[in-house]
Design a binder for this molecule. Structure first.
Ligand code: PLP
Length: 373
């Protein structure tokens, strides 16, 4: 998507966008939907910036700040991309849509598809978290578990196009999801008073958000709202599925598909990304890097941030915090760097460790026991 950015800059001021109030639709001049009546909205909010002071203090570093995308409709930042894609599908007269998903994208597609009155078909790997499959079904989509990975599901969507007459909403197979994800970058800079942070840690699967934010910064510069300064973009992946990290370390522009992909962070279990070169270009141009973290560190970080800083991250969000810690230890970032961690979904959608203490109210209570926990 290209816009008349000189025209936008001439007719719109920073103050005006802010005065419109929260949410991605405040940026409408920089978005593809032309008729307001085509906007499909479920109440998108501007997501808050939540500092993690205890995590920072543990390392004598400035507190990293989580952008908590879990507050969006359907509990993940997929709402930005799919809200935009479904709105554009409506504008273009499309009524039947399909996509492969690891969970959250399908949930957002189902919800916005239902709101738009569309027929929605979703295909997910058989080990997709139960909560995701059920929320997809409950929000009006037809959903299938497939005995394969996300790429196998994508093949089914591609093959069915002719027979089913559906539109393929896969990552980067249509141009509008990225425009929705772009609003993360616009919103972030507005929240920071138009000052770019030093580093952005982004949990990278298909990379739509990273690519989208990179585009957002270029558009803001073209409008004269920011200068040429950019945050360092860090692509965070899991050690069990790290195609971007391997390509980045080898200095390659595209990434070989990852074999036997596995990680607890299902949202970033993407063995091959269509936009691999766009991700790697943005990471390089920004002076950033790609980094892999182990599942054990991801889960330990989720526990620690929840108990010490009070924010329940999703595993993908916890991966960014673990990557921040690892980068600090390896001297790849500085202690006083202003770092943003993307928590891309609410932690409430993921399995949590059991809590099994029980109390018999008919017996005398041992208060020392209670105090000991
Ligand atoms: C989709 C998803 C990601 C990856 O986002 P991309 O922009 O596609 O790379 C990360 N975390 C969660 C929770 C997701 O649902």
């Amino acid at each position: 998507m290209r816009y008349d950015l000189d025209g936008v800059a001439a007719s719109l001021s920073k103050g005006e966008v802010i005065a419109r109030g929260a949410g991605m639709w405040a940026w409408r001049e920089m978005l593809p939907v032309t008729q307001t009546g085509n906007v499909v909205s479920l109440g998108e909010v501007a997501t808050p910036l939540v500092p993690l002071p205890r995590l920072g203090a543990r390392h004598g570093a400035a507190a990293p700040v989580a952008k908590d995308e879990g507050r969006l409709p359907t509990g993940s930042f997929k709402a930005r991309g799919l809200g935009m894609a479904v709105s554009m599908a409506r504008e273009l007269g499309i009524t039947r849509i399909a996509m492969p998903t690891n969970g959250n994208a399908g949930a957002a597609l189902a919800a916005y598809g239902a709101a738009a009155g569309m027929e929605t078909y979703v295909f997910c790997p058989e080990d997709t978290p139960e909560v995701n499959v059920r929320e997809i079904a409950l929000q009006g989509a037809k959903v299938w578990r497939v005995n394969g990975l996300i790429g196998d599901c994508g093949k089914i969507v591609g093959e069915g196009k002719e027979h089913m007459g559906w539109f393929d909403m896969s990552t980067l197979k249509e141009p509008y999801r990225i425009e929705g994800k772009k609003t993360m970058g616009l919103e972030l800079l507005a929240q920071l008073g138009w000052e770019v942070p030093d580093v952005i840690f982004y949990p990278t699967g298909g990379g739509t958000g990273l690519i989208g934010m990179w585009k957002a910064f270029a558009e803001l510069e073209a409008m004269g709202w920011i200068g040429s300064e950019r945050p360092r973009m860090v692509a965070v992946q899991a050690s069990g599925c790290a195609p971007m990290v391997r390509a980045w370390e080898k200095g390659e522009r595209t990434a070989e598909p990852w074999k036997d992909a596995h990680t607890v962070a299902a949202g970033i279990r993407v063995p091959g990304a269509v936009g691999d070169f766009l991700i790697l270009d943005a990471v390089r141009e920004s002076g950033g890097f790609a980094i892999a973290v182990d599942d054990a560190d991801i889960m330990a970080m989720r526990d620690r941030v929840a108990t010490e800083d009070g924010l329940l991250l999703c595993p993908e969000g916890a991966a960014t915090a673990a990557a921040w810690e690892q980068s600090l230890a390896e001297g790849r970032i500085a202690k006083d760097d202003r770092c943003i961690l993307f928590n891309c979904a609410t932690g409430l959608k993921y399995p949590m460790p059991p809590a099994e203490r029980a109390l018999d109210r008919h017996k005398p209570i041992d208060w020392d026991d209670i105090a000991a926990g």
